[in-house]
Design a protein around this ligand. Structure first.
Ligand code: DGY
Length: 325
C-alpha cells in the first residue's frame, strides 16, 4: 500500500506526477493558506508533507499527527519548522539549499539597481503621465559602479551577490558571525570588517542571513544609525531580520536614502509606513521566483520526501539527530 502524503500548497503538475508515482497524494492545488487547525486535521493520517514557509510545523501540530515521518520544505529557509519538536517526535525535516542561490542573488541585484536608480519612482512618474520635459536634475540616484557594497552574511547567496559585484567594479566588504575561508574571500574579492564598519562605510548594505532567534532584529535602529545618509538598504533574506519599525522611522527622517525590500515582518501584511514612502522598492517575497528555480525547488523537495519515506535518509536532512532514534 502506498504511503499517504500531503502537498500543502500549489506545485507544478510534473511534481505532482512524480509524487503520485510513489505515494497516495492529497494536494492543495487551490493554494489556500491553511490554518494550523486545518493542516493538523489533514496531516493526522499522513506520513509525509511537502510544505512551504506558510505552514507552521510545531509541537502542537506534530502532537496531533502521529503518523508523520517527514516534512519537506520547498524553501532553503526553514524557520517555519521547529526542529526541536521534530527531533522529539522523530520527524525528518528537509530544505532545498543550493538550487536558488543564483536566482536569489540576481534578485538582490534587481533591488540594488532599482533602489539606487529610483526605478519605481521614475516608472510611476511616466505611467502617471507626469513626464513633460527632460530635466538635468531628474530622479538623481546613487551610482552603483565603484560604490562600496556591504554584505551582511557571506553564505551561499551572499557569495554569489559578492561575485556579481566585480562587474560593477565595486569594493566589497562583509560581516558574518564567522569569517569566511581565505579562498572564499578571494573568490568574492570581499574584505571582512566589523558590523559597525560595514554599516558606516557601505553605500549599499545587502542582507543575506537566515532568520533565527539569533538574527531576530539583527538590523535595527543602532545599525541603521551607522549608515550614511546617502546609503541604501537591501533586504531579500527573511522578515524579522530587520526591525521594520526602525527602518520605516529612519526612511521617514531621511536618515538613509532608500530601501529595496522583498521580505517583511509578518508578511504578507507589511508595515503601512512602507506604502507611504516613495524611496522604497517593494516586492512580495519573490527573490527565488524564476520559472526554472521554483520548479527545481519543488522537485527537490519532492525527491527529498521520496527518499525520506523510502530510505529514512533523505538528502538535505536538517535534523540528522532523528536517524539515531
Ligand atoms: C526560501 O527558499 O527560503 C525562500 O525565501 C522561499 O522562496
Amino acid at each position: 500500500m502506498k504511503k499517504r502524503i500531503f502537498v500543502a500548497r500549489e506545485v507544478f503538475g510534473e511534481v505532482l506526477d512524480f509524487l503520485a508515482g510513489h505515494f497516495e497524494v492529497t494536494a492543495n492545488q487551490e493554494d489556500k493558506v491553511l490554518s494550523g487547525e486545518e493542516l493538523a486535521r489533514i496531516l493526522a493520517d499522513k506520513e509525509g508533507a511537502l510544505t512551504t514557509l506558510t505552514e507552521r510545523i510545531d509541537e502542537d501540530l506534530l502532537s496531533r499527527c502521529p503518523k508523520l515521518k517527514a516534512v519537506c520544505n520547498i524553501a532553503v529557509g526553514y524557520n517555519n519548522i521547529d526542529l526541536t519538536a521534530c527531533n522529539a517526535r522523530g520527524v525528518m525535516a528537509t530544505n532545498t539549499p543550493g538550487v536558488l542561490d543564483d536566482t536569489a542573488a540576481d534578485f538582490a541585484w534587481a533591488l540594488i539597481l532599482a533602489t539606487a536608480r529610483r526605478l519605481n519612482e521614475a516608472e510611476a512618474y511616466v505611467r502617471q503621465g507626469q513626464w513633460d520635459k527632460w530635466k538635468l536634475k531628474q530622479f538623481l540616484g546613487l551610482d552603483v559602479h565603484h560604490a562600496t557594497l556591504g554584505i551582511v552574511g557571506l553564505g551561499r547567496i551572499g557569495q554569489v551577490v559578492a561575485r556579481r559585484a566585480a562587474g560593477f567594479e565595486m569594493e566589497v566588504i562583509y560581516h558574518d558571525v564567522r569569517r569566511a575561508a581565505p579562498e572564499i574571500e578571494a573568490a568574492c574579492r570581499a574584505r571582512y570588517v566589523t558590523k559597525e564598519e560595514l554599516f558606516g562605510k557601505a553605500d549599499i548594505v545587502t542582507i543575506h542571513v537566515p532568520y533565527s532567534r539569533e538574527t531576530h532584529h539583527l538590523i535595527g535602529a543602532p545599525e541603521i544609525a551607522f549608515m550614511k545618509k546617502s546609503a541604501i538598504l537591501i533586504h531579500a533574506a527573511r522578515g524579522g531580520v530587520v526591525d521594520d519599525d526602525a527602518l520605516v522611522e529612519a526612511l521617514r527622517r531621511g536618515a538613509i536614502a532608500g530601501a529595496g525590500l522583498d521580505v517583511f515582518e509578518g508578511e504578507p501584511a507589511l508595515h503601512p509606513g512602507f506604502l507611504e514612502l516613495k524611496n522604497v522598492v517593494l516586492s512580495p517575497h519573490i527573490a527565488s521566483s524564476s520559472e526554472k528555480t521554483r520548479f527545481k525547488m519543488a522537485m527537490m523537495a519532492a525527491e527529498n520526501l521520496s527518499a525520506a519515506l523510502s530510505t529514512g535518509d533523505p538528502p538535505n536532512l536538517l535534523n540528522p539527530e532523528v536517524k539515531a532514534r
